[in-house]
Write a protein that binds this ligand. Structure first.
Ligand code: KG4
Ligand code: ZN
Length: 343
């Protein structure tokens, strides 16, 4: 078999991370020659969340610097690039517009083919970075700041949405609960750290929709349950915060894992994939790994920590499997804040 090798330059600016990666990809695997992520957390943290126009302004400043660094680390020049890829949505429109216009200008100037990539699809493809031989059908649980979806992947580009959240995304719930507990943004990393010292049985929080017959999720009621508990307190001490963080994290993980396993069994999938920022949660990773042992013919994949949260390497990986798309011209690239993977 003749393998197709491609050097891919990928750009991601859907939210508040400015990311550029360069991959040397083939069917055999993806060599990451550079993976630069410039975080804006310090700028947005005082506002308790991402401020879209501020994020766009920072992307504009950061993109040329991050691009230069990626080329420096990869030891490549623009002439070595075979394919470009850029996130076109979903995400914050000011952020997406900066990234797509930057990428379009480069593709035009350098006369390179360029592919627009769905950010959620790329999160799934973070799993291919280390494992190029994932078998279909695969079930993917995407848990990020904006989405919580269970997707059945029948093949590359052939997806079925089994269920998604009806209100808050799992990551959004982590961020909101962190705020209720007086913790900083983003909430996921700090809650998982503080929860290590907490008792997850201390508060009996609900497991929303765990027994519903579908694969839908809901996290806003869980957040409200935390709010009502917190309101009973005059002052939140360290022990209380740790116990609440642990109880909340456990409730989220329980629901996600229960429904994911149920779907994996029903659809008899060969592979089970975890992805998105919340996939960096140690309890979710650990408990899903333990529970997935029940599935005899299903292999579990979880990306390395750095590839769970936003990065451009995953955009490049997704692009490799779409390299034959015909709309690979800069004039076809258009940002869409509400882009959906499947309806
Ligand atoms: O995928 P991502 O980087 O951006 C989006 O596409 O939304 O996900 C960001 C989300 C945030 O809500 C953040 O709080 C959450 O991922 N997150 C975590 C952890 N690390 C990041 N949630 C739980 N535990 C973590 N360790
Ligand atoms: Zn993301």
């Amino acid at each position: 078999m003749k393998f197709i090798y491609m050097k891919i330059l990928a750009i991601e600016t859907s939210c508040d991370d400015t990311a550029v990666a360069i991959l040397d990809s083939s069917e055999q695997g993806h060599k990451i020659l550079a993976n630069i992520v410039s975080s804006q957390i310090k700028i947005h943290a005082p506002f308790g969340g991402v401020v879209p126009n501020l994020a766009a302004r920072e992307h504009l400043k950061n993109l040329p610097v991050v691009l230069k660094q990626a080329f420096f680390e990869s030891k490549l020049k623009e002439k070595d690039i075979d394919l470009m890829a850029v996130t076109i949505g979903p995400g914050l429109i000011p952020s997406l517009l900066v990234g797509t216009n930057f990428a379009k200008a480069l593709a035009y100037a350098w006369q390179k083919p360029i592919i627009g990539i769905n950010h959620m699809e790329a999160h799934m493809y973070a799993n291919w970075l280390k494992n190029p031989n994932i078998q279909f059908p695969a079930l993917c649980l995407i848990v990020s700041g904006g989405h919580t979806q269970l997707i059945l992947m029948k093949n590359h580009g052939d997806y079925q949405l089994l269920g998604e959240t009806r209100d808050d995304a799992a990551g959004e719930a982590f961020d909101k609960v962190a705020k209720l507990l007086g913790l900083c943004y983003p909430g996921g990393p700090i809650i998982s750290k503080i929860a290590q010292a907490g008792d997850s049985d201390k508060f009996n929080l609900p497991r929303p929709m765990i027994n519903s017959k579908d694969y839908e999720f809901s996290f806003s009621g869980l957040k409200t349950a935390v709010l009502y508990e917190v309101k009973k307190q005059k002052r939140l001490n360290k022990k209380y915060i740790a116990d609440m963080a642990a109880s909340f994290q456990q409730a989220v993980a329980d629901v996600l894992i229960f429904k994911t396993l149920k779907a994996a069994k029903e659809y008899k999938v060969k592979s089970l994939l975890l992805s998105g920022g919340v996939a960096a949660n140690p309890l979710l990773r650990q408990n899903l790994s333990l529970k997935a042992r029940e599935l005899k013919n299903t292999k579990l994949y979880i990306p390395d920590f750095a590839f769970c949260t936003d990065n451009a390497a995953m955009i490049g990986a997704a692009a490799y499997y779409q390299r034959n798309r015909k709309d690979n011209h800069w004039s076809q690239i258009q940002a869409n804040a509400n882009l959906r993977l499947v309806d």
